[in-house]
Design a protein around this ligand. Structure first.
Ligand SMILES: Cc1cc2nc3c(=O)[nH]c(=O)nc-3n(C[C@H](O)[C@H](O)[C@H](O)COP(=O)(O)O)c2cc1C
Length: 301
């Protein structure tokens, strides 16, 4: 009932983790698997190891959600082999998230993921707080096309483009698909600032961070809706999914799978269980047999 196929990857149910929530070390993979996820996504990996920003790098907001500027800290591409090996032990699909400053860097990591037989790569074209990476590249649909095209022409495994909030997100999505992306992850965190009214300064050392969690959910649903309407692409919906209802909204807007980030930081096993069980019961209640039949239903009204 909950089986789904997204970007050619078959999943036993639609729930995976969002990149950045664990996924840089072997033992992270088994932890993610123990949460009951249908696939795991690594943290964004760059060719060389990167140190993150100085703390504070992540803060809970009084208005809900989190703001983070981790700075794409990761151990570099050599870790991919062990992450994939670990996921294969559990026969669970693994998607390697890739960060780069140019086409060559994306290709370098993508080749490593391909060689080690990851199930797909997710190109991070949307991180909003790391200079030279992410949204600085992904904001321009022309860049999205050239990075996706370069990677698709080099590797055999499916390529997913992860895009973020921008006025031209539908155009970027179209360009990613034209360049050969098999799917899209929508969306990343949204660039934001949190100011401490006593120290009179932005709280994060990086000043800017990415907003995640409940506050971004309606925006993420809107973007999934708009992109699905124009492209009918395979979409992985991400942003503020905290329970089965917020997951179901993503599916009705057009997502075939969903990723959970911020909400996994507290009681992850229960959250995954709640979403999986809740989605099954919901389908029964609305009289739909397969989740694929619910994808994009909100467009029919
Ligand atoms: C602490 C933290 C680290 C993150 N690191 C990454 C990352 O390395 N790569 C990436 O593409 N997204 C990263 N993200 C963004 C998430 O994958 C996701 O797109 C975003 O948080 C929205 O989903 P959520 O509201 O469920 O958290 C990170 C988010 C958080 C909170």
């Amino acid at each position: 009932m909950l089986e789904t196929v997204v970007a050619t990857i078959s999943l036993r149910h639609p729930v995976m983790n969002a990149s950045g929530i664990l996924g840089t070390h072997r033992e992270h993979i088994s932890r993610l698997v123990s949460y009951g996820l249908a696939a795991v996504v690594t943290k964004t990996i760059t060719p060389e190891p990167r140190e993150g920003y100085n703390p504070p790098i992540i803060v809970e907001l009084p208005t809900g959600g989190l703001i983070n500027a981790v700075g794409l800290e990761n151990p570099g591409k050599n870790v991919i082999k062990e992450l994939v090996e670990e996921a294969k032990k559990y026969s669970i699909p693994i998607i390697v998230s890739i960060g780069g400053r140019n086409e060559d860097e994306f290709i370098e990591v993508a080749v490593e993921a391909d060689m080690n037989k990851a199930d797909a790569v997710e190109l991070n074209l949307s991180c909003p707080h790391t200079k030279g990476y992410g949204v600085e590249i992904g904001v321009d649909p022309k860049n999205v096309y050239s990075v996706v095209k370069a990677v698709v022409s080099t590797i055999k495994i499916p390529v997913v483009a992860k895009l973020g909030l921008s006025d031209r997100v539908v155009e970027s999505a179209e360009k990613a698909l034209e360049a050969g992306a098999k799917g899209l992850t929508l969306i990343n965190t949204i660039k934001a600032i949190y100011i401490d009214v006593y120290s009179l300064k932005p709280v994060l050392t990086n000043i800017y961070g990415g907003l995640s969690g409940t506050p971004i959910h309606p925006i993420a649903v809107r973007i999934v809706y708009d992109v699905y309407k124009e492209t009918k692409a395979d979409i992985i919906g991400c942003g503020g999914v905290v329970n089965w209802q917020t997951a179901a909204e993503m599916i009705l807007a057009g997502a075939k799978a969903i990723q959970v980030g911020t909400a996994l930081m507290r009681d992850p096993k229960r959250i995954v269980e709640d979403i999986v069980k809740g989605l099954s019961e919901w389908l029964e209640t609305i009289g739909i047999k397969e989740i694929s039949q619910a994808v994009g239903l909100a467009h029919k009204v």
